[in-house]
Design a binder for this molecule. Structure first.
Ligand SMILES: C[S@@+](CC[C@H](N)C(=O)[O-])C[C@H]1O[C@@H](n2cnc3c(N)ncnc32)[C@H](O)[C@@H]1O
Length: 260
């Protein structure tokens, strides 16, 4: 049956693109309930990976970082707060922006367990999560608004592969992410591995493009150095989105990359 959101009377499209989904309808409550109301082993694996990445920088040593497609997930913002003096959380969905903005002063207690792990891994973080989040500015915008080369560091978690069914658009979003940092700037990311388009709860279908370590490496290698791509096994305590685990990345944009 044709999804009524995409029924424009034309023959079925081969792919759904990013603009075909209504991101303002993102089901914040259901997404949090399925993924982030308690810390799963795979969250801890992502946090350990990202914390190790951030520990290479001096405290407060990064002027400006970007969280690309922040969604309602606070945990990628946490380790960044040890080193980034300002963190821009870019997010196009009005629903996610409303949640994020409300969390900066009063984070839900469910985030405390994530913050406790982040602080254990990086004691430079302030005692209080609200103090860490005071570095975050929420930007209500999508990838097209990201200024090239404006950031020293960028982070992206479950975005480029989870927002389109199109291979070229996946690569294009990764390209915007890479070029968000200046040449020599730093990148950290997590991707769902081999995830097809997915449901959250009993809701709408969201477009996804299945990727693995080779696909991620293929897109990032031409523009980066010190590229490290690893993976995490599927976490059986998370919903079955059809994925096979997660892919983790850290890299630096190549210093001579003047291709904006
Ligand atoms: C699967 S969610 C991941 C959210 C969050 N980063 C996390 O770790 O849970 C995908 C996110 O990408 C956002 N998004 C969708 N299209 C985007 C675009 N063109 N540019 C930036 N973000 C986008 C969505 O609104 C949503 O918050």
């Amino acid at each position: 049956m044709t999804d009524p959101r995409y029924d424009d009377g034309l023959p079925p499209r081969r792919h759904r693109f990013n603009a075909d989904a209504d991101w303002d309808q993102w089901p914040v409550t259901a997404y949090l309930a399925e993924n982030y109301r308690r810390m799963h082993a795979s969250d801890a694996a992502v946090i350990r990976h990202h914390s190790a990445f951030y520990r290479q920088f001096p405290a407060d040593g990064v002027a400006r970082s970007l969280e690309f497609g922040a969604g309602p997930n606070l945990y990628p913002l946490m380790p960044a707060a040890a080193v980034a003096r300002r963190i821009d959380a870019l997010e196009p969905s009005a629903a996610n922006v409303a949640y994020l903005a409300g969390q900066l002063d009063h984070p839900d207690p469910s985030w405390d367990q994530f913050y406790a792990l982040c602080r254990e891994l990086d004691p430079r973080l302030p005692a209080n999560l609200t103090d860490a989040l005071s570095r975050v500015r929420v930007l209500h915008a999508d990838a097209t608004a990201v200024p090239a080369g404006a950031y020293d560091l960028a982070s992206m978690n479950f975005v480029a592969e989870s927002v389109t069914e199109d291979a070229d658009e996946f690569a294009g979003l990764c390209g915007i992410f890479i070029h968000a940092v200046r040449p020599g700037g730093h990148l950290v990311a997590a991707f769902m591995e081999n995830m097809p388009s997915y449901h959250i709860g009993a809701g709408l279908t969201w477009p996804a493009f299945p990727v693995d370590t080779a696909a991620v490496r293929h897109v990032f290698a031409p523009h980066t150095e010190r590229l490290q791509v690893t993976r995490v096994d599927k976490d059986p305590t998370l919903p079955d989105y059809g994925d096979t685990g997660m892919v983790l990345l850290q890299a630096a944009r190549i210093p001579a990359d003047d291709d904006e």
